[in-house]
Design a protein around this ligand. Structure first.
Ligand SMILES: *Cc1c(COP(=O)(O)O)cnc(C)c1O
Length: 366
């Protein structure tokens, strides 16, 4: 019986051909034709006017926050239930993360909690589209507009995710994506930044490349970074974009199989709520009883099925700790499991996973 991993990249299509083209032409660093081809194809896919590629999804966030001028003295509202990069990049700018709770059903940030967290120092809200479900972009966009706040979208887990037909990342002042090996489309490591205004976009392009002057060689007049993506990464990315619809469709089919097969059990699947396209970056379950989470994971591990626990709350990490309680985020975070979610999963493997989960709950009743 072969082990089923929680994720595996989908590397068919033109991936090898495009990477080989980089090798044979020698364009292996951060210049080359694939960079703009990938950026343009990505922008078109999500419905943005421009996009700029970067080395990974974490520096994408840092670049986007920096380009907006967020820094010391500013507060940025962020869900405590998120991946740590959302919070670390806020801290890296010198700003203060203000944690808020999430919603039980969608797992996304609670707009009412955002409203209650606004102070005179609030500069921005970071909406994180967690595990492929969108946040409530009507409520969050309205809140930001009415209170003069910047909106940052962390779409690392939201490629293929839409709110009322509109792709996530097109609501915010800035938005970022990740192409890590387990993300819905991958470039190995990689990321993308979108910005609503042309000025912020220009700032991102400049900041990601040492702040070099567009008119004077080796002249640098702002503190900047090397956050560039390579042509090899972009070559993989372009091939991935070509397969994106297929990848997303298969992930949605997998989520439907889990939903159907697991519905009689004392758990819930992470289903789409409202007029949304859930891309199911990770197909997740939340067990009813806290004590089942780790036992079920151990049972699945015995059956050679790899899973992941939900992210622990960022507010509980030592370097960015807060004593405030986030009861809903805390509860779902301790009851959640990401199941194998990659597009290459076979019907046979899905059957094995669902049977193993069913057997766990049958055994528990005896
Ligand atoms: C993956 C991820 C990131 C960071 O992306 P990397 O490419 O791994 O640096 C940021 N935010 C969220 C929510 C993520 O899932």
């Amino acid at each position: 019986m072969s082990r089923i991993p929680v994720y595996e990249p989908y590397l068919g299509g033109n991936v090898s051909a495009y990477v080989n083209e980089c090798l044979t032409t020698g364009w292996i660093s951060s210049r080359g034709a694939f960079i703009s081809r990938f950026e343009n194809a990505f922008a078109e896919f999500v419905g943005a006017s421009q996009a700029t590629s970067v080395a990974n999804g974490t520096v994408a966030l840092h670049l986007a926050l920096d380009a907006l001028g967020i820094g010391a003295g500013d507060e940025v509202i962020v869900p405590s239930f998120t991946y740590i990069a959302s919070v670390n990049t806020i801290l890296q700018t010198g700003a203060t993360p203000i944690y808020v709770d999430s919603l039980e059903e969608t797992l996304q940030v609670d707009p009412r909690a955002i409203r209650n967290a606004i102070t005179p120092r609030t500069r921005a809200v970071m909406a994180v589209h967690l595990y492929g479900h969108p946040c409530d972009m009507d409520a969050i966009s309205t809140l930001c507009r009415d209170n003069g706040l910047l909106l940052v979208e962390d779409c690392a887990e939201g490629f293929g995710t839409r709110w009322k037909g509109r792709h996530v990342g097109t609501f915010g002042d800035v938005a970022t994506f990740s192409f890590f090996g387990n993300k819905t489309i991958t470039t190995g490591e990689g990321g993308m930044v979108l910005a609503r205004s042309a000025d912020v976009m220009d700032k991102c392009r400049r900041l990601k490349s040492q702040g070099v002057s567009p008119t004077r060689e080796y002249w640098h007049d702002i503190l900047a970074y090397n956050y560039r993506m390579t042509n090899i990464q972009a070559a993989i990315g372009l091939a991935q974009i070509e397969m994106a619809e297929e990848i997303i469709k298969r992930k949605q089919q997998i989520a439907t199989i889990y939903r159907t097969e697991l519905s009689p059990l004392p758990l819930r699947t992470h289903d789409p709520v409202g007029d949304v396209d859930h891309s199911h970056w990770m197909c997740s379950i939340v067990v009813d009883r806290l004590e089942d989470r780790d036992r079920l994971r151990a049972h699945l591990a015995d059956d050679e099925i790899e899973t992941r626990p939900f992210f622990p709350l960022a507010s509980q990490m030592p370097h960015c700790h807060s004593d405030q309680a986030f009861p809903i985020g805390d509860s779902v975070s301790k009851r959640g499991i990401n199941l194998p979610s990659y597009p290459g999963l076979t019907e046979g493997q899905l059957d094995r996973i669902c049977s193993s989960i069913t057997r766990y709950f049958e055994g528990r009743q005896r």
